[in-house]
Design a protein around this ligand. Structure first.
Ligand SMILES: [Zn+2]
Length: 332
């Protein structure tokens, strides 16, 4: 008989073909809990876990799922049936359609790959908001992580003495809250990830990690970019802009003196070297950019008005001269 069998990944996960991504995820989690918990060496359990992981890796990937659906559709139109891996432990004789032969990179080194997949799946990913000062100087923080632990009473089966396990309400795991102290290193940048080993779900060698996505809170003065540059806007007076001045600028390292040259225009950006974050990838201390914002006074005293009037008479520049030239030509 020229018969090809293939694995029905949906039934391996106990799902219908039209199931949602969420259902795939949750079925996988439940089954892995049930069968691993530490990828034991028992071959039956191990091959079952391999099938579960293989099914998950194909079905959880949109593209692979699409191809798989397409292939099984065309196979089933030809009357070719799936097999359940349980009945196929003696697979020497039966020619099996192995999806991995098409997607050979899916599982790879099975034992190692299996552990890594379960480990990855057991990772907890969480956003963490820190202030710009915590990011710059580093800090330690306590965070609360909601974690799931295997139920010891029912050994994660959800059943106790043929009844539903009351300890975990039949779920096979219990929810616990862990208070974890984390260290945020100096010069942590937005979008950095902090990996805290073995604080994820699961247990033993397949216990996942806690992955914290860093978010740096907005600061009213210092703006931090993803490379570690700081930018800020600094207001100065009209006379400081015209006559020049030495003014103090706040930086994360403390205030620094900065020279404003005479005749500084509004919007000019000055660069303060090495006043930003240290960027590990570039091995460089980034800058602080200071954008000048000239404040035009609004409520003048009579004396001030008089002086500005005197200045206006003395003014030698005609700021719109060029515009007239451009718009009307030189002769008009
Ligand atoms: Zn239980």
């Amino acid at each position: 008989m020229n018969e090809i069998n293939y694995k029905d990944y949906y039934s391996i996960l106990g799902l219908e073909k039209n199931c949602s991504e969420e259902q795939i995820k949750s079925a996988f989690r439940t089954l892995v809990r049930k069968y691993h918990p530490d990828i034991n060496s028992d071959t039956i359990t191990n091959s079952k876990v391999k099938d579960i992981i293989e099914a998950y890796e194909v079905l959880s990937d949109k593209e692979k799922r699409k191809s798989y659906d397409y292939i099984i559709d065309s196979l089933s139109k030809k009357g070719i049936k799936s097999f359940q891996s349980k009945s196929n432990l003696n697979k020497e004789k039966s020619k099996s359609f192995n999806f991995n032969e098409i997607f050979s990179n899916i599982v790879g080194n099975l034992k190692e790959g299996t552990i890594n997949t379960v480990k990855k799946f057991n990772n907890i990913e969480k956003d963490i908001c820190i202030s710009i000062y915590e990011a710059y100087n580093g800090s330690s923080k306590n965070i609360i992580i909601t974690n799931e632990e295997n139920c010891k009473k029912c050994n994660s089966t959800g059943k106790y003495l043929d009844n539903i396990c009351l300890e975990c309400q039949g779920k096979g795991f219990i929810i616990i809250k862990n208070n974890i102290k984390i260290e945020i290193p100096k010069n942590t940048l937005p979008k950095d990830k902090l990996e805290i080993k073995s604080q994820g779900y699961g247990s033993g060698i397949t216990k996942g990690d806690l992955i914290l996505n860093i978010k740096v809170e907005e600061h009213p003065f210092f703006k931090l970019d993803s490379e570690g540059n700081i930018s800020c806007e600094l207001p100065i007076t009209v006379t400081e802009a015209i006559l020049g001045a030495e003014i103090e600028v706040p930086t994360l390292k403390g205030p620094i003196k900065m020279k404003i040259p005479p005749g500084t225009q509004n919007g000019t950006i000055f660069r303060l070297k090495e006043r930003g974050f240290y960027n590990k990838e570039q091995n460089k201390i980034k800058c602080q950019y200071v954008k000048i914002n000239i404040l035009i006074p609004k409520n003048l005293s009579n004396k001030e008005k008089q002086l500005y009037n005197e200045l206006a008479i003395m003014e030698k520049i005609y700021p719109r001269e060029k515009i007239y030239e451009v718009v009307y030509g030189k002769n008009k």
